[in-house]
Design a binder for this molecule. Structure first.
Ligand SMILES: [Zn+2]
Ligand SMILES: [Zn+2]
Length: 206
């Protein structure tokens, strides 16, 4: 599985291009800005994008949904409990980032257990709320894309609408920490980490 991390937008969000090496079909996780750069990279890699998947609905993860959707023709997917964010004006925060909000509505509403297929690869949707109501993580062979739920040495903020500290802790402890220790965690901001490293050294859990 090809995985490429691009740091995009003013809030330095991680956008991931994830693709099947055999068929070059792939998905884009969290196009949070810099749509033209994302589209250029898709073209350079020769990818066909089946889906744009938002790990959650915050503007710094969805800001380039429109240009990337228009440029790839991909279907836009988000958990059903965060779909409203896509069509809600995220106001001054969005304008600060220089994007017009709201963007396009979802084509596909995701839920726990769904499989996202691209070429010979797939990722499973697990519902990991707490940072937002409809936050998801995408689990593959030895990898998890966990949005803003967990970071290297940190966890997501819970002060935005739908946030809950108790639910966030539960999502991390019961869902993410049940993955194998050597699972690489590709987070919504910052460098990747592993589940084992966060269990051992994340100050919220160690
Ligand atoms: Zn967020
Ligand atoms: Zn974020």
């Amino acid at each position: 599985m090809l995985i490429e991390r691009m740091v995009v937008g003013m809030l330095q969000s991680n956008c991931y291009l994830v693709a099947c090496e055999d068929t070059k079909e792939g998905i884009i996780i969290d196009p949070g800005g810099d749509g033209p750069l994302i589209l250029d990279r898709v073209k350079e890699l020769g990818l066909t994008i089946n889906y744009i998947v938002n790990t959650h609905g915050h503007i710094d993860h969805i800001a380039a949904n429109r240009p990337v959707k228009e440029g790839t023709g991909a279907q836009l997917a988000i958990h059903q409990d965060d779909a409203e964010w896509l069509v809600t004006d995220q106001g001054s925060y969005a304008r600060m980032l220089g994007v017009s909000s709201p963007g396009p509505a979802a084509d596909v509403l995701l839920k726990e257990g769904d499989e996202i297929l691209f070429g010979n690869e797939s990722l499973e949707v697990i519902h990991t709320p707490g940072h937002s109501l409809g936050g998801i993580s995408l689990v593959g062979d030895g990898v998890v894309f966990c949005g803003d739920t967990l970071f290297a040495s940190g966890v997501g903020r819970v002060d935005l609408p739908g946030g809950s500290w108790e639910i966030l802790m539960d999502s991390i402890k019961t869902r993410l920490f049940s993955l194998a220790d050597d699972t690489t965690a590709y987070t919504g901001h910052g460098a990747p980490t592993t589940i084992g490293r966060e269990k051992q050294s994340n100050p919220w859990f160690a």
